[in-house]
Write a protein that binds this ligand. Structure first.
Ligand SMILES: Cc1ncc(COP(=O)(O)O)c(C=O)c1O
Length: 406
């Protein structure tokens, strides 16, 4: 029996999920103690491993749908994606080989086709994260357009510096305006050998660079990992005006499209041309391998399922709801008289207390998971990110007031 994979255990999916509830109250399913120190000689068996791991993996995990969760760019995920992730794990499709992923490829293409028109792009592919999407876009820029240098704002994501190192490109940073958006007056005059990277939603402050600028760059990439999905919203889509001028765009699925890790969307204006420069063939492959990943899973399935389940309206409503939450927090902070970094543009809000308090000190008094800390130009800021539509802003406001001892 043990030489085969025994999948005869078929719990009802809903039973597994119902099992999570008691863990939230600190209850452990089977008090088996700490994990074994060493790789066991004899297997413990799948069911016992569930008993070991559930109280830890689920019971002790951060709950991103908590009413106070407001700290990071990581959203709670809708249950439709849990089912799709389970299907993916059980089917284990590999998009590298069309023969063993006949429909999985179509799901990805369909989801990309639905999203492209919002961004003026005509195709692309999914990657496991926007670090990889950015690296791939810059790889295309180098090999297709002979780009020698990456030009980014000082507040661009670290994946740009990583990409420059990996691809052997020069790296130049441009100072930012007071709100962390790129200061376009300080762009180098000649970008003809450069890839200009603009950010739609900087990691620390959520700032959106001016995407509408005229420039002579050899390639323009927009890192819209965070704020990209706002383009779907009729109310907030204008914030990304100009994005359609880009040659490539990265958007994280696992941020504001509420996807499980690992999900990022890489789009190109001219996909056929871009793909040529990042495709490789090998004798064992029946079609070219496009991009950095070799084997890769069907992450298009949960994405497609979410887009279908919610529609444009449903996704936009959740994003608009998140934006309202950050506006409400901003109003509350204005009343409390703390220093505010800037009016939030994409649901990220930074503040710090006035003397005699420090940001670090007040941060420690806030509930875990409600805030993070960031440093901009040497100054410490308390940071909130509106990634959780389920959060309760009044609760957070009273926690902030309580942190000052009022
Ligand atoms: C603006 C921006 N770009 C890129 C990334 C990298 O994305 P990932 O963590 O999916 O690799 C992030 C992550 O926070 C980000 O905020």
């Amino acid at each position: 029996m043990e030489v085969k994979i025994d999948n005869s255990f078929k719990p009802k999916y809903s039973d597994l999920l119902d099992g999570l509830k008691p863990f939230k109250d600190g209850f452990t399913l089977a008090n088996l103690g700490p994990l074994p120190d060493n790789f066991p000689d004899k297997g413990l068996g799948e069911k016992k491993v569930l008993d070991y791991l559930a109280p830890i993996a689920i019971g002790e995990a951060t709950k991103l749908d908590d009413p106070l969760a407001f700290a990071h760019m990581d959203p709670p995920t809708p249950w439709i994606t849990w089912i799709m992730a389970l299907w993916n794990a059980s089917l284990n499709q590999n998009l590298l080989h069309p023969a063993i992923s006949p429909v999985a490829r179509d799901f990805e293409t369909k989801a990309i086709d639905w999203l492209c028109p919002y961004f003026g792009m005509n195709g692309g592919h999914l990657t496991p994260g926007s670090t990889l999407s950015n690296l791939t876009a810059l790889w295309v820029a180098r090999d297709l357009k002979g780009v020698k240098k990456i030009v980014v704002s000082e507040e661009a994501h670290i994946s740009m510096k990583k990409s420059a190192n990996i691809l052997g490109l020069e790296f130049e940073t441009v100072p930012c305006n007071h709100d962390s958006s790129i200061n376009i007056d300080l762009l180098p005059p000649d970008l003809s050998n450069s890839c200009l990277v603009l950010t739609a939603g900087t990691t620390a402050a959520g700032a959106i660079d001016n995407l509408n600028i005229a420039n002579n760059a050899a390639w323009v990439h927009v890192d819209a990992a965070w704020a990209g999905p706002l383009r779907i919203s009729q109310k907030h889509g204008y914030l990304l005006n100009g994005v359609e001028k880009a040659d490539s765009i990265s958007i994280s699925g696992h941020k504001w499209i509420f996807q499980p890790k690992d999900s990022s969307i890489l789009l190109f204006k001219n996909t056929a041309e871009a793909n040529q420069s990042i495709s490789m063939s090998a004798g064992y492959l029946s079609s070219s391998n496009i991009g950095i990943m070799g084997s890769r899973g069907a992450i298009g399935l949960p994405l497609l399922a979410t887009l279908m389940a919610w529609g444009k309206e449903g996704l936009a409503k959740r994003l608009d709801g998140c934006m309202t939450l950050s506006d409400e927090l901003h109003s509350h902070l204005l009343e409390t008289g703390v220093h505010i970094f800037a009016k939030p543009t994409s649901g990220v809000i930074l503040w710090r207390p006035k003397d005699p308090y420090s940001a670090d000190e007040i941060f420690l008094r806030l509930p875990a998971g409600s805030a993070s800390l960031t440093t901009i130009s040497g100054e410490r800021w308390i940071r909130h990110v509106a990634a959780n539509p389920n959060m309760e802003i009044d609760l957070l406001c009273s926690e902030i007031t309580a942190a000052f001892g009022y």
